[in-house]
Design a protein around this ligand. Structure first.
Ligand SMILES: C[S@@+](CC[C@H](N)C(=O)[O-])C[C@H]1O[C@@H](n2cnc3c(N)ncnc32)[C@H](O)[C@@H]1O
Length: 259
């Protein structure tokens, strides 16, 4: 089996590493090393010369985005799951994402949308979009994203973005940029839309909420997701010592075009 270029997790007792198989190289860590060419199947277990066990398997989405190389801060899996609910996304949704960034959310959306759905993603940074595109191609194990994926990258400042050109193709807007309200400087919503903004600071939430209100949005909700892992073994059962206390707020709203 040719496993060259496969995306893998290498799991030891203490760590998880994301790696790409390169049969010409060794995989080296402080915990020992092995040669990639010794991987004959995935999943499998290899032992280093020092006896260290390496468990090798394909990553889940969560393992991939938490361990991948990234540029801007990603949206964490706990928030992505809530964004999907708040934005009422199904496999046939037509989504506009503002703020491609490292592509964590983009990747998840691409993975769940089918041929009836589509994703248009806007970012001012060409570098970030290029990295995000590579990340998606790497995770999906494809050479190049093509039309089959219904994914369109728009490299543009939101200040110059003209929503009316694509409004008929969009039913959901998700933003992860510092100033989502600038969308409304040049654009108006007049079709049914679910809007979700991910924002780190409550002052950004307040400003966005005011803007959505003045643009006749309904059902405005603000929340944050606090997730607590638990430590469990035979004698101990308690919340984990570590807690990510704050990532971002979720602001969701709907524009409903009443007759
Ligand atoms: C925090 S990142 C988004 C991360 C992304 N959601 C993820 O999960 O990987 C924010 C992105 O918004 C982009 N951005 C900021 N202001 C913008 C604007 N006015 N127009 C378009 N993109 C903007 C930045 O270039 C950056 O890539």
């Amino acid at each position: 089996m040719n496993l060259d270029n496969e995306l893998i997790i290498v799991k030891t007792d203490n760590n998880k590493y994301l790696a790409v198989v390169d049969i010409t190289k060794e995989f080296i860590t402080n915990e020992g090393k092995f040669h990639f060419k010794d991987i004959t199947s995935i999943p499998s277990i290899l032992k280093s010369s020092t006896g260290q066990e390496f468990k090798i398997y394909r990553p889940t989405f969560k393992e991939f985005i938490l361990n991948m190389k990234r540029g801007p801060q990603i949206i964490y899996p706990k928030d992505i799951s809530q964004i999907v609910i708040e934005s009422n996304i199904s496999s046939s949704s037509k989504v506009l994402e503002i703020g491609t960034g490292s592509g964590a959310l983009t990747l998840y959306l691409v993975s769940i949308l089918n041929e009836k759905g589509s994703l248009t993603t806007v970012d001012i940074s060409k570098t970030n979009q290029r990295r995000a595109k590579k990340t998606i191609e790497r995770y999906l194990s494809i050479k190049e994203i093509n039309e089959e994926y219904n994914l369109k990258f728009i490299n543009q400042d939101l200040n110059d973005f003209n929503f009316s050109e694509i409004s008929n193709e969009i039913d959901t807007v998700i933003t992860d940029i510092p100033e989502p309200w600038i969308f409304f400087d040049n654009n108006k919503i007049n079709t049914d839309i679910v809007w979700v903004s991910y924002l780190p600071s409550i002052t950004q939430v307040i400003k966005t909420k005011e803007c959505l209100e003045s643009n006749n949005f309904e059902n405005i909700e603000v929340k944050e997701v606090i997730l607590r892992d638990w430590y469990l073994n035979k004698k101990i059962a308690r919340p984990d010592n570590k807690l990510i206390s704050h990532t971002g707020f979720l602001l969701s709203a709907r524009f409903i075009k009443f007759d």
